[in-house]
Structures are given as structure tokens and as C-alpha cells.
Ligand binder design. Sequence first.
Ligand code: ATP
Ligand code: MG
Length: 222
Amino acid sequence: MSHDLRTPLAAIKASASALLDQSIAWSPNDRNELLTAIDEESDRLTLMVSNLLDLSRIEGGALIPDKDWQDVQELLQDVLNRTVRQTSGHRVNLKVEDDLPVVYFDYVEISQVMINLIGNAAKYSPPNSSITISAQQNRDALRIAVTDTGSGIPPGRLPHVFETFYRAHDEGTISGSGIGLAICRGLIEAHGGRIWAYSALDVGTTVTFEIPIDPNVRISAA
Ligand code: ATP
Ligand code: MG
């Protein structure tokens, strides 16, 4: 984990120091590249730090969702705007059922869940492949699914992907800390919901969650 935090920090430090070096006359292009690196690496760092803070709050039992009635379409549009950089090489489809009711949840926390799921879909699937995000009502629950057409997760590893620090891919291939899905599970359970994954090798992965539409109406078990 500390290694994962150090990588973007080192990149930011190196780019900033390079830009400040008076002995180098950077071309506008080089300058732009260094500034872009700083911009992108700070985004990565911000995401990792907010995941880590969430994790410590979840594990310390200090996570209390700040819920209110929310428009799902608006949340998903907002999340898509915030993840354009990660998904720029993919085709993203959004399928929101007509007439979805407003749903009672913590906007920041469900956004974080969506950002982690979309980040995974983009990270573990090839460029140009499609990512589909769907939202629908399933009885008393809001059901959201994120589907990719990527490498998939080996069946023996699938049951562990929601565990803290578990990574189903070999170290060194794709970077990550193994906490994104653990946080998703913590945040969804804090909403009285549930989250699960289906995956087939070389076909793709779907991660789905359900949360109650109304906090006074509990959702039925799977
Ligand atoms: P991070 O903490 O940065 O999210 P991570 O992506 O490795 O790191 P998780 O999001 O918790 O961690 O996912 C756990 C593991 O599950 C991943 O390392 C990956 O092996 C596997 N995984 C998750 N989502 C997918 C997906 N959409 N397709 C294939 N494998 C996936
Ligand atoms: Mg992840």
C-alpha cells in the first residue's frame, strides 16, 4: 500500500522539480506533458487517499452515511463526467430505466462505489471495449450493474475479490491496492444493501449492487 502511494507522489515530485529547474528550457509541449503528469497523478493520489480514509472509517465502525433523497440519473451522469479520463479509451453505455424513483442514499459514498467499479471495468478490459452501466428498480431496491468485456476473474479467485488487499491479477501487470471492492462492499452494506460479482474468463465481469429505495423498507435477500 505505501508503495502504491509513493508512486504517484514520486511522479508529482519529479515533474514539479523538473519544471522548476532553471537550467532547462522546456518546450511548451514538454511543459504540458509534465503538467499533465502532475494533474493525473494528483487525481490518482486523491482517489487512493479517499479510499484509504473510507476503509479506515469502515473498519473502525465510524462510517455513518449522510443520506438524502437522490436522483439516480443525475448521480450517474456526474460520475461519468468524473471518470472520463479513465474511460477515455472505452465505449461507455448508460442505461437508466425510465421513471426510476428518487432513492435515499449518501451521494458521496455511492459516487465512490461507482467510481471504483467503473475504474475497475476500465482498468481490467482492453482499449475500445465497451462498459455498460445499468440502473433499474428491482422491487424495493435500486439495482445498479457495471459490466465490462475484459479479461474476467478466474473462478477460484472470484469469491475473494471483496476482501481487503486481495488482488486477483498477478502483481506487476496492472497497478492497484486491492481495496476498491472492499470499500464498495463496506459502503453498500452501510446502506443496508448487498453487492456481488459474476465473471467469465475472456468474456467479462459484471459487478451488481442493490440498495433499498426507501430506508424504511428492507430489501429481500437474494
Ligand atoms: P484498487 O484498490 O486500486 O481498486 P484493485 O483494483 O486491485 O486496486 P479491487 O478494486 O478491490 O482492487 O479489486 C480486487 C481485484 O479484483 C483486482 O485486483 C482484480 O484482480 C479483480 N477485479 C476487480 N474488478 C475487475 C474487473 N472488472 N475485471 C477483472 N478483474 C477485476
Ligand atoms: Mg479497483
